[in-house]
Design a protein around this ligand. Structure first.
Ligand code: EPZ
Length: 422
């Protein structure tokens, strides 16, 4: 297993190009199944999770041709030859459950392994399933598999009891080919959901209300393949800004949509960082006086849960007391014991953490437990005194394209070491 070896306490400076958004690309790649012919996707990041979703749609009968240098993916869809997604694929990546919507819409059946719990929480899929039921599908659970069947999906009005990115995306993909009009209420407004909606619209779907909590979809008979470019990854952009902030460096993130990270930018500027924003870039530099803050994770446009862990690393070395309240996932503090090993003073009280800012952190051997917890450790290591070894870095391969190359370009001292101790 590879490890990262990071010699910290070095200011980052320079510019970094942000890749395409993993969480927009995943449902969009699946949504290619909805149209026969060849769809071309641009700005598709080269990530482990993206490679996994290729396997999923290939298993169902699609052909993929990916150019990782150019980030271009061609998906050829003919007859869907399978309505099943086996345990092996779903256990590698929960987002595999995204195929349910398109499969039900095209073949009238879907047989997908029920995702188990995950390191950040239980993450049930009950809202996805009640939505399919409301559209006329019959759902049963057999031997760990969700079996869904519907002769015809019918438009309906469905209120989601909790704001869910995954359920909103899955139900949208089912509704575009359903009979009649579907109204989804209490929808997720995340840019990733909007990007999926824009992609479906380009394919010929009739959707209104994207980016609001009420999405209306008028079913159409057929969709057509298109060429489409995925939006930039706001979480990756935020991660590099936080890496710049913790090292008191000057970092510019390019090829982004600043409006997608407004909540982070507001928090950073409240803490005292100087930010400049252009049409598709943001730059950050420290000021003399920096102070801690209070963060509450919320669905978009609130502070993203995916930036909670990296933000915690920054607050660990920001003077004063900071508070983070995590409202989206029930177990998203697995980075805390690792940050404590590096000297952070963090106390957990239920879904809240209280952070007493230290002058500095110090290196320690640490371990990633999920993608964003991993980002938190990398950020902490960049600022820590000494050399930090980070294990289980396959987690960060799931969601950060060319991570060490991008950090090296910003001046970090980071090495990916092959076959480090597991
Ligand atoms: C998406 O997960 C992202 N994943 C996550 O990013 C992100 O953290 C999350 O949205 C929140 O922004 C992808 O897009 C592939 P949800 P998703 O459904 O769709 C509960 C990363 O690091 N819920 O919006 O699974 C759920 O348990 C990943 O890139 C139900 O109760 O999240 C959670 O508490 C991690 N029943 C809340 O809703 C359901 O049927 C929000 O989850 C569905 C969700």
């Amino acid at each position: 297993m590879d490890i990262y070896r990071i010699r910290g306490n070095k200011r980052l400076s320079g510019e970094v190009e942000i890749s395409g958004a993993k969480n927009a690309a995943l449902p969009i790649i699946v949504a290619c199944l909805l149209a026969k012919g060849e769809t071309i996707l641009k700005n598709v990041p080269d990530l482990m999770d993206i490679r996994t979703i290729f396997k999923v749609i290939e298993f169902l009968g699609a052909q993929t041709d990916y150019n990782p240098e150019k980030n271009i993916l061609k998906v050829k869809v003919g007859r869907i030859k399978n309505a099943e997604v086996p345990y092996e694929l779903v256990k590698t990546m929960r987002a595999s459950v995204y195929v349910m919507g398109p499969l039900l819409a095209i073949t009238g059946e879907a047989d997908v392994s029920l995702p188990g719990g995950c390191s950040i929480g239980e993450r049930p899929v009950d809202i996805h399933l009640s939505g399919f039921e409301a559209m006329g599908a019959k759902i049963t659970l057999e031997h760990g598999y969700i079996k869904a069947a519907a002769k015809e999906l019918k438009g309906t009005t469905f209120f989601m009891k909790k704001v869910s990115v995954g359920a909103t995306a899955n139900l949208m993909m089912a509704a575009v080919l359903a009979k009649g009009t579907t109204v989804l209420e209490n929808c997720a407004m995340e840019p990733d959901v909007v990007d999926l909606g824009n992609f479906l619209t380009a394919m010929g779907a009739k959707i209104s209300g994207l980016g609001t909590d009420r999405i209306e979809i008028e079913g159409v008979k057929k969709l057509k393949p298109v060429t489409y470019s995925i939006i930039p990854d706001r979480i990756e952009a935020g991660t590099y800004l936080l890496a710049g902030a913790i090292t008191k460096g000057k970092v510019k993130v390019k090829n982004i949509v600043p409006g997608h990270i407004s909540a982070l930018l507001d928090s950073l500027s409240e803490m005292g960082y100087k930010l400049k924003t252009g049409k598709n870039w943001v730059s950050l530099e420290p000021s003399r006086k920096l102070s801690g803050t209070v963060i509450k994770t919320l669905p978009f446009p609130g502070f993203p849960t995916d930036l909670q862990a990296p933000m915690m690393s920054l607050l660990s070395v920001t003077s004063g007391i900071s508070v983070i309240i995590e409202t989206i996932f029930e177990n998203r503090f697995t980075h805390v014991p690792e940050l404590r090993r590096m000297g952070a003073d963090i106390q957990i009280e239920g879904n809240t953490v209280i952070i007493r800012g230290k002058k500095s952190l110090s290196s320690a051997p640490v371990m990633m437990s999920d993608l964003r917890a991993g980002a938190a450790l990398i950020i902490a290591a960049l600022a820590a005194k000494g050399t930090t070894e980070i294990r289980r870095i396959y987690h960060s391969d799931r969601g950060y394209e060319k991570l060490s190359q991008k950090l090296l370009k910003l001046g970090a001292d980071i090495k990916r070491v092959k076959g480090g101790k597991p």
